[in-house]
Design a protein around this ligand. Structure first.
Ligand code: SF4
Length: 492
């Protein structure tokens, strides 16, 4: 009898992508195999949901509605719903979609295989939501998306209470992993060929508050610097309130910590930041940017901005534009505010009319586009070592270029070299042209460095996918920078 197939559909932030790799690992450990990418359905379809935006619900129930007839035609097929919307809606999901077999939450993703089995045996839906974290997801088996880059979760949950955000209600208070566990996972990953890790948390630089060490995050960055074979370290997302000088020093003094920082601003207006309960103000934010640039002159800084937060006036918005002009972000993920039921902001007076939000949003995007392009133009003539990305690259007329990420995470399209180059290998190129959202290196590649990451990618594509090594220390997947989830929930 052939193995049952599975499909995990992921919505929302990097934390969900990380969790989906665990869900895939759990299912493969239970004997399921991944359904082909283009398969419409599978024997088990898992929705790993996001709850950040108003229509997140509509989207889920719409998808579940479309699956109902397919399930009716496929005896034994099971549907499971997990993630933030499941944590919020619980048994409402099986009431609204009684063809769903399993509902599990953000704190008990490890229960999925057992719940699927129980639903099958008992022929009834299983709804199991834990109020607090049962097992640190990082200890669960995993099925990585990439052979050479990985997410490493350092904490879950958040102690902040931003008034537009539902995350603390659905992912709970911050829980930190022990530094030793994190470093052991990183060393196991590097042993498997991973050369880039992204440290992940709702609020990474608050790391340590749960284990009583305020400098734990900068110490962790420095410790990553000592991991032999680890070429690139990134992290997402920090919070400006907790962004301290020891972190800036660790970034500047640790060679494999990349010159890239994503730091959500959300608004440039002190009055709006107060209403958002973001506990920092414009001056502090710009002060951090200044310190980072002084310590790491070629750092690429990106951000998240919400336009149209309740009560935002034209003067407030002008303050946001002012910070954008001052900060000169390489990139900004910009969002139009939308109510999130269950958040304090949803009940606030002064909800800004849609057309006003739209008009401001367009002004902000236009300004940032200009700045991104000007900042990219400064890269022309620079020689960069680019980590070659998976995938087809980009077609420029008749030329198909390869793509990759520079140390500062800028996207670079470059000419395919004569010699073979694999995803995960490093290519040295000279930037010849800048566009608003990518760089081009049209000249010949100046050098190719074959890496263990490239070897790992070759091993993976050559052989059938091995399962995660069950050391309690997973092997993991692919951090491509995701388009931010709406309303700034890029896990922060
Ligand atoms: S926006 Fe980020 S920092 Fe604020 S509550 Fe949500 S997850 Fe926490």
């Amino acid at each position: 009898m052939s193995a049952k197939t599975y499909q995990v559909r992921t919505y929302g932030c990097q934390m969900n992508v990380h969790d989906s790799e665990r869900l895939a690992g759990l299912l493969e450990d239970a004997g399921y195999v991944r359904a082909p990418q283009d398969a419409e359905v599978a024997d088990v379809v898992v929705f790993n949901t996001c709850a950040v935006r108003e229509n997140a619900d509509n989207r889920l129930y719409g998808n579940l509605g479309r699956l109902a007839p397919k399930k009716a035609d496929r005896p034994g097929m099971q549907i499971a719903v997990g993630g933030c919307l499941a944590q919020k809606d619980r048994d409402t999901i099986v009431r609204r979609a009684p063809w769903v077999d399993v509902v599990f939450g953000t704190h008990n993703i490890g229960s999925l295989p057992v719940l699927l089995e129980r639903a099958r045996v008992r022929q009834e839906a299983q709804v199991e939501i834990a109020e607090s974290l049962e097992t640190f997801p990082s200890t669960l088996p995993t099925r990585r998306e990439s052979a050479y880059a990985a997410w490493v979760s350092i904490s879950v949950g958040c102690n902040n209470t931003c008034t537009f955000c539902i995350v603390p209600a659905l992912r709970g208070k911050e829980k930190d992993r022990r530094p030793g566990d994190i470093l052991a996972e990183i060393e196991a990953l590097v042993a498997e060929g991973v050369t880039e890790v992204t440290l992940l948390g709702q609020n990474v630089n608050a790391y340590g508050s749960d284990i009583g060490d305020r400098e734990a995050f900068s110490k962790l960055l420095r410790a990553c610097g000592k991991v032999e074979g680890l070429e690139r370290v990134r992290f997402t997302s920090p919070h400006p309130r907790d962004f301290t000088d020891d972190v800036i020093a660790a970034m500047a003094e640790t060679e494999n910590v990349m010159p890239q920082l994503h730091m959500p601003l959300q608004s440039g207006s002190d009055r709006v930041l107060k209403a958002m309960r973001r506990s920092y103000r414009q001056e502090r934010y710009l002060g951090i940017i200044e310190k980072v640039r002084a310590a790491i002159p070629d750092a690429a800084i990106s951000t998240d901005i919400i336009v149209g937060f309740p009560g935002e006036t034209e003067e407030d918005f002008e303050q946001t534009l002012h910070v954008v002009r001052e900060a000169r972000f390489a990139q900004a993920f910009t969002f139009q505010y939308s109510k999130r039921p269950g958040t304090p902001a949803a009940e606030m007076d002064g909800q800004v009319p849609k057309e006003v939000v739209q008009e401001r949003y367009e002004r902000l995007v236009a300004l940032q586009e200009e700045i991104s392009w000007e900042e990219n133009k400064k890269q022309v003539g620079r020689t960069l070592e680019v980590m070659v990305a998976e995938g087809e690259g980009r077609k420029d007329g008749a030329t198909r270029r390869l793509s990759g990420r520079a140390p500062d995470n800028r996207l670079v399209h470059f000419t395919r070299p004569e010699e073979p180059v694999r995803p995960g290998d490093m290519a040295t190129v000279e930037v010849s042209y800048a566009a608003p959202h990518h760089l081009l290196a049209e000249g010949p590649v100046l050098g190719v460095r074959r890496t263990r990451a490239g070897d790992a990618w070759e091993r993976r594509t050559a052989a059938p996918e091995p399962k995660g090594v069950m050391l309690g220390l997973p092997t993991v997947g692919v951090p491509e920078p995701l388009p931010a989830a709406p309303d700034g929930c890029r896990t922060c």
